[in-house]
Design a binder for this molecule. Structure first.
Ligand code: NAD
Length: 292
């Protein structure tokens, strides 16, 4: 088995390491637009060898793990090199725009493209942060296309399962709406909070007294701006709607604070704490599920 990886960063590097661990006889090859990332991946033994696009298009499976707005141009360059036996997948955090780009650029080869998104990561980026166990017991969402050959979907599913992941399937639009709410919005809020405080004249004083709650809340503001700008733009409609909804929530809390309405504040906090406790305990039965 020959597996290719384009984008030897946190996710691509971790996927390569996990595949090598699960399939010791597999040959894993890769490339990156950054020569230093290729060198580091070779040095760390993340990949067996560097490869060109024609070589990558001839692999049995190919993982594309570059920032989402890099994908359209990359797909266009890759398209003419894709052999019919090569199943392609991606790790992009948004799916609608990536799929649109694949349909535009891959032509008939789009049947070989099974879109995916591993729900695992960390705020550090680059191959130095890659870890073979990153996907263990984590979800990977596949958003298969109607054009996909079921065998191609199975192959991608099996690869992820061999990395220890639990594969689930979602429709692409639903994926983008769900992750706008539970991932993209929290990142925007964390970036906004740190940016707001850092811009104030007394920023040094504020950060001197910021403690563990602030550190927990803003951990994700340490994430890659390249990646998150791309996600925010690609999933703009769903994310803008989430921003609007949270602005309304914040405005309601602000009005309660100004009105010294402790009951409204307490009720909202109580509801949020109970919901978080249920979620942390894995008890989802009490949540509404109108989508089911
Ligand atoms: P990263 O910055 O660690 O790695 C991305 C790599 O892609 C870098 O080495 C970069 O040089 C390379 N690259 C960029 N453009 C390229 C191009 N045109 N051709 C070849 N290589 C290129 O980022 P990451 O965290 O590994 O993210 C990769 C993808 O995985 C993104 O689409 C992201 O949305 C998705 N993702 C990230 C996380 C996370 O927590 N970091 C989680 C799930 C999915």
């Amino acid at each position: 088995m020959r597996i290719g990886v384009i984008g030897l960063g946190l996710i691509g590097g971790s996927f390569a390491l996990a595949i090598r661990r699960a399939h010791p006889s597999a040959v894993v090859v890769g490339t990156d637009r950054d020569e230093a990332a290729i060198d580091a991946a070779l040095q760390r033994g993340v990949v067996d060898a560097a490869a060109t696009l024609p070589e990558l298009g001839a692999c049995d499976a190919l993982m594309i793990a570059v920032p989402v707005r890099q994908m359209p141009e990359l797909f266009a360059r890759l398209s003419s090199h894709l052999q019919s036996n090569c199943v392609v997948t991606d790790a992009g955090s948004t799916k609608g725009a990536v799929i649109e780009a694949a349909r535009t650029t891959f032509g008939a080869h789009v049947a070989q493209f099974v879109p995916g998104h591993p729900i695992a990561g960390r705020e550090r980026s680059g191959v130095g942060a890659a870890a073979g166990e990153l996907f263990e017991a984590r979800h990977v969402v596949l958003t298969p296309l109607e054009e996909n050959d079921p065998a191609a979907i199975d192959r991608v599913e099996q690869l992820w399962q061999s990395c220890g992941a639990r594969v689930v399937r979602l429709e692409a639009g639903e994926h983008d709406r769900v992750f706008a709410a539970v991932s993209h919005l929290p990142h925007i809020i964390a970036f906004a909070l740190v940016d707001e405080l850092a811009a104030r004249p007394n920023a040094r004083q504020l950060f001197t007294f910021a403690a563990s709650g602030f550190r927990d809340f803003t951990r994700i503001a340490g994430s890659s701006p390249d990646m998150w700008r791309d996600i925010a733009l690609d999933n703009g409609a769903a994310l803008a709607e989430e921003c609007r909804r949270i602005e309304e929530r914040l405005a309601a809390l602000r009005r309660a604070i100004e009105a010294r309405d402790g009951e409204t504040l307490h009720t909202a906090m109580q509801r949020a704490r109970a919901a978080r406790e249920h979620w942390m305990a894995g008890e989802l039965a009490g949540f509404r599920d109108d989508a089911a």
